[in-house]
Design a protein around this ligand. Structure first.
Ligand code: NAP
Length: 290
């Protein structure tokens, strides 16, 4: 059996086109152009690429996008002042502080400072708490993208067993909460580096989500025939090639459906950031969200 390959790039394009239509409608009917501000500190090449991608995607969808680039030696208070200023800026609906920050800066207080109404990256503990109590404001973009991919691929979550490998605040943990909310109704196991018999745990899954950041962690013997495998991992191999956490060549022969890397979850992460910014713009003006 060879798995169906889920094309995250094509789905992201569809989502972005839908968002562009909704942004145009909001502009025409209400005179509102949603705005996203991305803060980048320093010159980390990967962060520059990510912020650039988000900027281009925002502009292509008709959003107002601004990039605030601060020097690598920027102090904590200067960064926090910028966030406070963006909180007050009426043209800004969503604020994103690109991680990682340089070592001398503490991301925690910065994320906590982002106004919950503008927290489109969903890393403020308030936002995480709202999700934890089952009343989410914004869904963090990568897990949100995974949910959209599964819905689009027709994968039924209700009653199914999902194994998420990874428990970070960015991916694994929020995804586990989202999937167990009433209405999604999955039974979720969250695995991590201390999990005993990871292979055995994964073999019990209808859906495996790999979000560990370890090349080739998920191999064919760990996947039940017909299961869905979502690869969140983005790693560079020895040749500098972008690869996931899943041994794609082996797993594709066993799984029922699988996302590739690149072209799977990554493009959806950017699309969901645009979605959150649109939702923030609507919510701030008392308009119904999606
Ligand atoms: P992270 O903060 O490093 O967390 C990794 C998690 O995986 C941890 O919970 C860790 O367990 C677990 N883990 C590590 N090695 C393991 C192993 N051998 N067996 C079982 N669990 C293991 O990483 P992250 O930020 O969540 O990112 C995970 C991956 O997703 C990375 O490759 C990252 O680049 C990628 N990512 C992709 C996107 C996208 O848009 N496609 C977005 C975000 C992240 P412990 O907690 O026990 O240490």
């Amino acid at each position: 059996m060879t798995a169906r390959i889920i094309d995250g790039k094509a789905l992201a394009q569809q989502v972005r086109e839908r968002i562009a239509g909704e942004v145009a409608q909001l502009r025409d009917e209400r005179g509102v152009t949603p705005g996203l501000a991305a803060v980048l500190v320093g010159e980390d090449p990967a962060s520059q690429v990510y912020v650039g991608m988000k900027h281009r995607a925002s502009e292509a969808a008709g959003l107002r996008s601004q990039q605030r680039v601060l020097a690598a030696d920027t102090g904590q208070s200067e960064l926090e002042e910028l966030v406070a200023q963006l909180n007050e800026d009426d043209e800004v609906d969503g604020i994103l502080v690109q991680l990682p920050l340089p070592d001398h800066l503490d991301p925690g207080p910065v994320q906590e400072l982002i106004a919950p109404a503008k927290d489109v990256d969903a890393l403020n503990p308030y936002t995480a708490g709202r999700l934890a109590v089952g009343d989410p404001t914004f869904l963090s973009c990568t897990p949100y993208g995974v949910l959209e991919i599964l819905a689009h691929a027709g994968v039924e979550l209700a009653g199914s067993h999902v194994v998420i490998v990874g428990r970070s605040n960015l991916v694994g943990r929020p995804l586990s909460v989202m999937m167990t909310l009433k209405g999604r109704d999955a039974t979720v196991t969250v695995a991590h580096s201390r999990t005993r018999d990871l292979a055995g745990v994964c073999r019990t899954a209808d859906v495996v989500v790999a979000a560990a950041g370890r090349i080739g962690l998920i191999t064919a013997d760990m996947v039940r025939p017909g299961a869905t495998v979502i690869d969140v991992g983005t790693n560079r191999d020895d040749d500098g090639k972008l690869v996931g956490d899943v041994d794609f060549a082996g797993v594709v022969e066993v799984a029922g459906a699988i996302t590739p890397v690149p072209g799977g979850v990554g493009p959806m992460t950017v699309a969901m950031l645009l979605q959150n910014t649109l939702e923030a713009a609507r919510a701030r003006r008392g308009l119904p969200r999606r």
